[in-house]
Every structure is written in C-alpha cells, then in structure tokens.
Design a protein around this ligand. Sequence first.
Ligand SMILES: N[C@@H](CCC(=O)N[C@@H](CS)C(=O)NCC(=O)O)C(=O)O
Length: 201
Amino acid sequence: MPSYKLIYTDNKGRAEVSRLLFALAGQEYEDVRWTRETFQTEKQNLLFGQIPVLEVDGKQYAQSMAIAGFLAREFGFHGKTSVEQMEVDQVIGIINDIFSALIKQFHEQDEEKKADIIKQNNETTFPKFISFFEEILKNNNTGFYVGDKLGFADVAAFDTLSKIEAGINMDDFPLVKANKEKVASNERVAKWLQDRPVTQF
Ligand SMILES: N[C@@H](CCC(=O)N[C@@H](CS)C(=O)NCC(=O)O)C(=O)O
C-alpha cells in the first residue's frame, strides 16, 4: 500500500471529501493541516502553489476532486461501471456548482452584497441543486446516489450539504436528508466525525 499525505489548512474546505474517503476506507494517511502562515511560506514548494495536495509515495498531485476521485477508485468507492462513474461525476458536477455559489458568499467583503448573495443562495440556488440530488435519489431508489452501497457520491454530497444546510429546510428533501443520515451513521464515518478537529469551515 502506498504512503499517503494530504496537505491542506485546518479547515474542512476542499479537503474534507478526501478525509472522509480515508475514514470510510480505514486507510492510514498523514493529515497535514498548515496554518495560513505555513501555507504562504511553503506554497512555492507545491505543485501549482495550491492546496489541497495529495502526496502518494512522495509525489504531489493537486485538484481536490481529482484527488478524491483517485482515492475513491483506489479504495473501491467509485462507480463499478463507466455508466456508474458518469453518475458519480454527475453528482460531483452538482457539488462543484454548489461550491462556486458558496465561494461567492464566502469571499464577498461588502456586508450588504454578502447578505444578498446568501439570501439568493439559500432561497434559490442551493434548493435548486439539492432538488437535483433529490431527483437522483428518487430515480436510483436504493437510498444511495449511485448503485446500492455507500460510496464517493454519498460522502461528497454529505460534505457539501454539511456546509450549506444551515440556511435550508432539509425537510423539503426527505431522500437527501435520509441519505445524509446514512452516511453519518456509517461506523467509520461516525468515528471520524466525532474525532476530527472542530473547524468553522
Ligand atoms: N480547483 C482547485 C482549487 C484549489 C484552491 O483554490 N485552493 C485554495 C485554498 S482552498 C488555494 O490554494 N488558494 C491559494 C491560491 O490559489 O494561490 C481544487 O479544487 O483543488
């Protein structure tokens, strides 16, 4: 088994899906959490100067979803067929769309504009994308986004929903809510959720 080192800040951010996959697999890895200052001094040594970075046997790889997709394939949590893999990518695409909207509210400095973006996200943008999740779960009819067992799409959706659900009435999305509870009650995930550092984002 190769050695894995995941480099990010002490936030969930773009690294938590990979951390959840490590937890789900019960796979040892080095969970490196840089301070903002360390990131600034070390970024010149990183591929592309961005985080997260995954080191596999000392070699660096970037792009959060490429990293998570790799780990999902390595640990057997990706789709079993190319159609299932497309179904996983479909969920990841929705997650990327949600993340783009979330980043806008996160980076806005003007308080009034920020409040408008948050309102738009909570009332329109996020519910629209969560309704896509609901439709996928309804069509798949197994309780999971892809296939009939917990995998990459489920933990990725779980992580994203955890970041946005405070402003959403999740009772409007019963299948999404039930899937999220399934992820949280997986023994390994539950242990990670209990043990992981408490961070704001
Ligand atoms: N698409 C990339 C974006 C990575 C990214 O923007 N990371 C931020 C931290 S969350 C970063 O490294 N920012 C510093 C920079 O871009 O110089 C991914 O998903 O990994």
